[in-house]
Design a protein around this ligand. Sequence first.
Ligand code: ADP
Length: 606
Amino acid sequence: MKEVKSPKKPLYYYYGIALLVLLLANIFLTPMLARAQVTDVDYGTFMSMIEEKNIGSVEVEDSQILFTDKDNTQVYRTGAMEDPTLTQRLYDAGAVFDRNVDQGTSPLLTSLLTFFLPLIIFIALGQYMNKKLMEQMGGKNSMSFGMGKSNAKVYVQSTKGIRFGDVAGEEEAKESLAEIVDYLHNPKKYTDVGASMPKGILLVGPPGTGKTMLAKAVAGEANVPFFSISGSEFVEMFVGMGASKVRDLFSQAKEKAPCIVFIDEIDAIGKKRDGQMGGNDEREQTLNQLLTEMDGFEGNNGVMILAATNRPESLDPALTRPGRFDRRVPVELPDLKGREDILKVHAKKVKLADDVDFHTIARMAAGASGAELANIVNEAALRAVRAGRTFVNEADLEESIEIVIAGYQKKNAVLSDKEKKVVAYHETGHALVAAMQTHSAPVQKITIIPRTSGALGYTMQVEQGDKYLMTKQEIENRIAVYTGGRAAEELVFGEITTGASNDIEQATKLARAMITRYGMSEDFDMVAMETVNNQYLGGDTSLICSPETQKEIDERVVAVVKEQHAKALEILRQNREKLDELAACLYEKETITGEEFMEILERKEA
Ligand code: ADP
């Protein structure tokens, strides 16, 4: 919302100033002007001027007399005196009795200066600000003050560059959208059969998965104009402005049909109307206008609306009903193959060494979105430049994944010897527990170089392939791995440190999800105790159970974590020698790879 308000501030500011000038002019200038030419004289001068018949107009007041000379060039003032024959003498001298001697001199000038001049300034300022505002908003012939005009960006040429081929992964989404492209190319094929295209398509998914890119690719493939606007740009300070922007957008779009209108972050205007008092009227009116517009045009007039959101659950049901946004295309985080493809697409822009294996990189970057992968490639290229190379190698890419996960290496962080040892044991603890449990993924890398994110070290575990399901056993094992760091500290040093706070958080989250969402506790069976609020934005949860149950849940969460902690301790106790050896090696080298780790582990076993 903030970007819409900012340009208006100066407008009001200048109008305020102009109004103030007008007021001040009226208060101070009028009397000043009125009295500017009055000359004070004594009564004797007045009398002699009467005798000389040098009197033009005269105004006799209780305490003063105002008069002019014969030619009305100058106004004089003198005090009133007891003079019974004055009126007769004045009459004889040919004076004109007037009530406005002092003001009668230049009424035109007075009103010109006090009223018309500020008014002219006022109008000129208004025009100037209007022009400025329109320039800022990019409009040319907008309504008064440039408001109520949609500031959608129109891309016709630029999107020619983006094609479906540039959007890697997301095959299902592309398939769904390819139909739209076909329709825009050849609507007759569809209308002949009596099929009508969906009016609106909603792209839903986490941030950075390529929703905007897909919409642009549709426009690029179909080679039609592409209007892009963000939902928040509709929300104005004044009620009704957003609605008028929607009207304007649609009238523009209809002129350019066939075309694509893309509304990013549609949840900014499309939130459920809850009817609460003091709700956002402007937003509701904008939404109503959008609903009306979508109803208003027939299925085949060639305006296709694409919208993107991360929060589909918050959208108004009226918006998502068939006839409006009737098709929903999920744009999920890419899977292993998708990640590999996305990396390859972005790697085309950089020079690569021969050793780069995108499959490994994609495996390491589990859970990364398209935008993050693009970022990883770019970070790697920057790293190559920093190292004075002209190409990007595998190490650059691996390091940039770590940068994205854990931040940059802290080169000058100085850990005490004891601390370094604790961190080495802590990380080895994680890795060893992971390796000793058959269901845990193998360790890729362990490092104890501090990172800017605050991590003093970390263990990178990499899954062999994509995992869509996790068994109860696997979740328990993972909790055990999280507790493994602390367990190693306890076992070796007999004391505990603050280093495990992140592990504790993760372990608790998993244990809680097991009980409240995955139905993995015997007592609660398959009853949901928590709901996920924002599936695509971090997945916050809220409890939906009685306070008594809540207490029981807490007890069970503690029991699960405790059990796994004990298991981790036991594993480490049984492998104490390996723990010592691995920790010593890690302490020495600071970073060891999965292979080195396994080699030490197996060497001892043999
Ligand atoms: P969203 O709209 O879903 O938040 P964008 O479409 O704006 O995400 O994507 C941001 C950037 O991430 C793109 O400019 C592109 O560089 C990269 N990106 C995201 N997804 C993909 C993908 N599937 N293939 C290639 N690049 C992608």
